[in-house]
Design a protein around this ligand. Structure first.
Ligand SMILES: Cc1cc2nc3c(=O)[nH]c(=O)nc-3n(C[C@H](O)[C@H](O)[C@H](O)COP(=O)(O)OP(=O)(O)OC[C@H]3O[C@@H](n4cnc5c(N)ncnc54)[C@H](O)[C@@H]3O)c2cc1C
Length: 383
């Protein structure tokens, strides 16, 4: 749902200009320094990017999902690591508190998350539980007016820097599945919360992950999200439904950038006396990538509109994540191919994007998990 087309156009124009004039020129620096330049972080905060999908009453921009998808597609035109820090913050990091938190929890954390004063992260994955998230082993044992958390969370985006963590932990040891899990808000300076060294990743340099280790970490009982035990897995799944659409939109944006990079290169570079773009086999790659990016854009916007209209889009969000993450992988592969040897050389953006996009098929549910979710929901609907 688009509430005010003129206002949205202004926002999209501002973001596109920021991407073109500030982020794209700093892509190589981001990768080399493995950090978002601090002045760009401040500019992102000033533009409200840390609170994109946080309601206006908490100081965010309060975008609908369709509006957020359009913004994510615009941001996707540059290195995904720029988006990772604020996308995680007001996405998977904050949404658990927003969707299921008590009024006190929202009032305490969300306004400061919206401005970027606090940075958040989402802790579901563990060393022995990734795709099978419901089997997680981190425990939270009630002790008076606190819970004592023990366990390790793995690959946590924003982990090295976050001030606030949404942590899924097992409060009912007798219930081995999803029903035994509760979600907690854990502040980053709580004694017993330790951060492992930053992971060395294949791509998306500048976006940081690490282990988050809980050793007898005492968390106030009032920090159980929603104030009720046993709801944490449901909260995590609601957060991921939304997150999957956001990531799908980013995949579309990146694919569109790669189509543009490929097209320009194919027009400029000549072989056999004519531009590459005149060779039909190159044209086939350009056309396939353009078509797939367009298909992705269309399906993400459709699912986002449906979600805004109140439909349950769990299946469609997985359809989008499955298609868009795989699609951008194919588009990146063709972009390297169109560039020939240059595509394998770090000086060209496509080499970096080729590595960056590999992650989209893995996190927030792998491609195989999206396939399982879609098929399971399809079968459930008719039986
Ligand atoms: C850079 C990065 C950032 C991340 N950020 C976060 C974060 O912020 N918070 C967080 O909680 N997690 C995060 N993750 C974790 C991510 O969500 C998991 O890596 C992902 O869910 C896969 O889990 P796994 O790595 O344990 O792989 P596994 O679950 O071990 O899967 C390995 C392979 O087996 C396949 N597989 C597993 N089960 C089945 C099945 N039933 N049928 C068919 N195939 C199957 C998978 O699809 C995959 O191909 C991040 C990961 C990375 C790499």
């Amino acid at each position: 749902m688009i509430r005010d087309p003129d206002l949205l156009d202004q926002l999209l124009d501002t973001i596109s200009r920021f991407v073109r004039e500030r982020l794209i020129p700093n892509e190589a620096r981001l990768a080399e320094e493995d950090a978002v330049p601090p002045e760009l972080l401040e500019e992102m905060k000033a533009m409200g990017l840390f609170g994109l999908s946080i309601p206006e009453e908490y100081g965010g921009l309060g975008l609908t999902l369709e509006e957020e998808a359009l913004v994510a597609m615009a941001i996707g035109q540059t290195s995904p690591a720029f988006r990772s820090i604020f996308g995680t913050n007001n996405g998977i990091g904050a949404q658990g508190i927003l969707i299921d938190g008590t009024p006190e929890q929202k009032a305490r954390y969300v306004p400061r998350l919206a401005t970027g004063e606090l940075l958040s992260a989402f802790c579901l994955t563990e060393p022995d539980s990734g795709s099978d998230a419901a089997s997680l082993r981190t425990t939270a044992v009630r002790d008076g007016d606190h819970y004592v958390l023990n366990g390790t969370k793995r690959f946590i985006t924003n982990g090295p820097h976050a001030d606030v963590f949404t942590v899924m932990a097992r409060t009912d040891p007798h219930h081995k599945g999803a029903g035994g899990i509760s979600a907690f808000i854990v502040e980053g300076d709580t004694p017993g919360l330790k951060r492992g060294p930053a992971d060395k990743k294949m791509g998306q340099k500048g976006a940081h992950t690490c282990d988050i280790i809980f050793e007898d970490c005492r968390v106030p009982a009032e920090n159980v999200i929603g104030g009720k035990e046993g709801q944490g897995f449901k909260t995590a799944m609601k957060v991921l439904d939304r997150g999957r659409l956001h990531i799908s939109a980013v995949c579309v944006g990146v694919a569109e950038r790669l189509v543009e990079e490929s097209l320009h290169y194919a027009i400029e570079r000549k072989q056999f006396g004519v531009p590459l773009a005149e060779h039909q086999l190159i044209q086939a790659m350009l056309a396939d990538s353009k078509t797939e990016a367009y298909a992705g854009r269309t399906m993400v916007l459709d699912a986002a509109r449906r979600k805004d209209a109140g439909e349950d889009v769990s299946t469609l969000a997985s359809c989008c994540k499955l298609f868009c993450a795989e699609m951008v992988g194919r588009v990146a592969d063709r972009a390297v191919q169109v560039h020939g040897g240059a595509g394998y050389i770090a000086e060209y953006a496509v080499e970096r994007f080729y590595r960056d996009v590999r992650l989209f098929r893995i996190y927030e549910g792998t491609t195989q998990i999206q396939q399982l979710v879609i098929a399971r929901n399809m079968v459930r609907e008719v039986t």
